[in-house]
Design a protein. Structure first.
Length: 139
């Protein structure tokens, strides 16, 4: 399942042949996100398992999942933007069932990330799923 925003990103990627240009696209997506408020950059929102500093703050409004995030690495900010395009605005029950690796595979991204970046991306996905699963349990 993909959001309309993520489908648009996949379509954009189909027109970009060069991986350097694709990386620039991802970086621009990250740059276009608002920064996470410094008050939210605390240990409770920090994503452990990432080589760079990453924070993710989620909210659930009427069973709809949203998160914002930030990083000190520009490419990671871009990865956060991609994850936002995959997950934001979906029902919590849908969030737990999304296979982000499959979704990101539509971009061919997983083969082009370093092992450190892949581990960090997996840590972010795990954090999103854990938040959604906890919300479902608490309902």
């Amino acid at each position: 399942m993909s959001t309309a925003e993520f489908k648009a990103i996949v379509e954009d990627f189909e027109f970009i042949d060069d991986w350097e240009d694709r990386y620039r696209y991802i970086i621009e997506k990250g740059k276009s996100m608002p920064s996470l408020d410094d008050a939210l950059k605390v240990d409770a929102t920090k994503v452990h398992g990432c080589a760079s500093q990453v924070w993710m703050h989620s909210t659930i409004d009427d069973d709809i999942f949203y998160f914002d995030g930030d990083s000190d690495a520009i490419i990671v900010r871009g990865l956060i933007a991609l994850l936002k395009a995959i997950y934001n605005g979906l029902p919590v029950a849908t969030v737990v069932n999304i296979d982000a690796v499959t979704e990101l595979g539509k971009l061919g991204l997983t083969e082009h990330l370093s092992s450190q970046r892949s581990n960090g991306l997996n840590a972010m996905v795990d954090r999103i799923k854990k938040i959604a699963e906890t919300e479902l349990i608490n309902q």
